[in-house]
Design a binder for this molecule. Structure first.
Ligand code: SAM
Length: 280
């Protein structure tokens, strides 16, 4: 007898939800993220009252989900997820595997963005042979771990301000056996970033990142590259990069945008963009 393969697509989940909730299911548009074995859903306000029902449907449907979480957003500069388990196991600590990197993570406690996957891959593909890198907003190691594991840097100093996130970072350094490359540092990057040290700085934080540019520039030892993340409006992407160049000039550095890349859509007509700023 031939076994029928079940299609695991978001459209199929929406169809199943529609069987129970009718046309309200059309409001289900946010997509999902599978982080380890935790399925993270984003629901519009109108469907929030149905979250447990939708969670149960999603848990029955997705073959790899152990828990279903509804995330309403990420709050505060230290990126606390506003998340609730709506079905399945209430313990959401999980192991996420990507590009031969392991991430221990709890999506209800710390942030991990599936939308940044392309950028994580790009950072892994850089040739960092012999380079010293500072990751000023390391989180649980989303960029630090792929760089250390695949791009051969001499050293990565990974700075994270929030204690709980820092603990995950340290665990991920151990899990991926990159202790000899990565030095996790707990603290505010404006204080904890080493000066006159790096060939490359990653600024993976896009809320008013200009506040941190002077720290990034001082971290460079003899020029180098700053991966500057920002939010830009559709028509203002190049202007945003130019602003960084001008700000660097005001701070006494000669800089140019070597490359820019759209990481993901952030809101209607607004983009999360990374600018590779070459500094001399
Ligand atoms: N770089 C990762 C990425 O884009 O996937 C995740 C970073 S997350 C967006 C930003 C991280 O920076 C959070 O873990 C937050 O706690 C941390 N953070 C915020 N302000 C900071 C500061 N002033 N110094 C160091 N870390 C900070």
């Amino acid at each position: 007898m031939q076994t029928q393969m079940r299609r695991v697509s978001f459209a199929e989940l929406r169809r199943l939800v529609a069987e129970r909730l009718g046309e309200k299911a059309e409001l289900l548009r946010g997509g999902w993220e599978l982080i380890g074995d935790v399925l993270v859903l984003q629901l519009p306000e109108e469907l929030f009252a149905y979250r447990y029902e939708i969670g149960r449907i999603a848990l029955d449907f997705h073959p790899r989900a152990r828990s279903v979480v509804v995330r309403r957003g990420i709050a505060h500069e230290l990126r606390y997820p506003l998340a609730e388990v709506v079905a399945g196991d209430r313990n959401t600590l999980t192991l996420h595997k990507e590009n031969r990197c392991l991430f221990r993570i709890d999506p209800c406690r710390v942030m991990f963005s599936s939308g940044n996957q392309g950028e994580r891959l790009r950072m892994a593909q850089l040739d960092l042979s012999g380079e010293r890198v500072v990751d000023m907003f390391a989180g649980i190691g989303q960029f630090t771990i792929p760089m250390a594991k695949h791009a051969s840097p001499a050293k990565v100093v990974a700075v994270e301000k929030r204690r709980e996130t820092f603990d995950f970072l340290c665990e991920n350094v151990r899990l991926n056996r990159v202790e000899h490359i990565v030095e996790p540092v707990l603290g505010d990057c404006r204080v904890a970033t080493p000066e006159n040290f790096a060939d490359r700085v990653v600024m993976g934080y896009f809320f008013s990142p200009e506040r941190f540019l002077s720290t990034a520039l001082r971290a460079l030892r003899d020029g180098g590259v700053v991966h500057y993340h920002a939010i830009a409006a559709g028509e203002g992407i190049d202007a945003e990069g130019q602003k960084v160049v001008e700000l660097a000039a005001e701070l006494g550095y000669s800089a140019r945008v070597r490359n820019r890349r759209i990481v993901k859509s952030y809101a209607p007509k607004r983009w999360h963009v990374v600018y590779d700023i070459e500094v001399r």
